[in-house]
Write a protein that binds this ligand. Structure first.
Ligand SMILES: [Fe+2]
Ligand SMILES: [Fe+2]
Length: 196
């Protein structure tokens, strides 16, 4: 499996770009877990629905509430510096909304599967999972390829402060220093996946 964000964003990138890149790597690790469960699903076996729900809940939580709002500020600053980026930034803004909607739909389906007596069609769930995965990966790849290197070149300290202020005080509840109770099991599974 190829790592979509394996390349460094830019040589000697500013620290906020390194953090941005690291968050993408974390999200990509979670998407790899989704892909693995999707393969289980496709084989006709029972995927780890609890794991999938944890992943999607997290991705509806931290990225949608903190990562994407910060990006939206960075995007606006980038367009100020280079108006030619406007069409790409418009698309990425729209993708944030599409990813949030696709994630919410998937989360609802997974909660339905796990709730007693609820019936969700396998085909519908598999399609929702695959759609979410494809959208999210493509979005991250585009940002890594077309946005982060430009941000490293074009944004200054004032811009980065505005980016940080877009969602100050929002620690990452999964990959941050203090893991929220909700995500302890997911963190454990990620550690097992990564190996000793
Ligand atoms: Fe984004
Ligand atoms: Fe991003």
């Amino acid at each position: 499996m190829t790592d979509p964000v394996a390349m460094p964003a830019a040589p000697a990138a500013p620290e906020p770009v390194a953090v941005w890149h690291a968050e993408h790597r974390n999200f990509a690790r979670l998407l790899d877990l989704v892909e693995r469960e999707l393969a289980v699903f496709h084989s006709g076996e029972r995927p780890d629905y609890e794991l999938l729900l944890d992943v999607v809940t997290y991705l509806r939580h931290f990225p949608d509430l903190a990562h994407h709002p910060r990006e939206d500020v960075a995007f606006a600053r980038l367009v100020d510096r280079d108006p030619a980026l406007a069409p790409l930034v418009t698309r990425l803004h729209q993708e944030h909304r599409v990813i949030a909607a696709a994630g919410e739909r998937l989360r609802e389906l997974l909660e339905g599967v796990l709730a007693d007596g609820s019936f969700v069609g396998r085909a519908e769930l598999e399609a929702a999972c695959a759609t979410f995965l494809v959208y999210y990966r493509q979005h991250i790849q585009t940002e890594e390829r077309d946005i982060l290197p430009r941000a490293a070149r074009l944004l200054d300290d004032g811009d980065w402060k505005a980016v940080a202020d877009a969602h100050a005080g929002a620690p990452d509840p999964l990959f941050g220093g203090a893991v929220a109770d909700r995500y302890r099991e997911l963190r454990r599974k990620i550690a097992v996946e990564a190996g000793p």
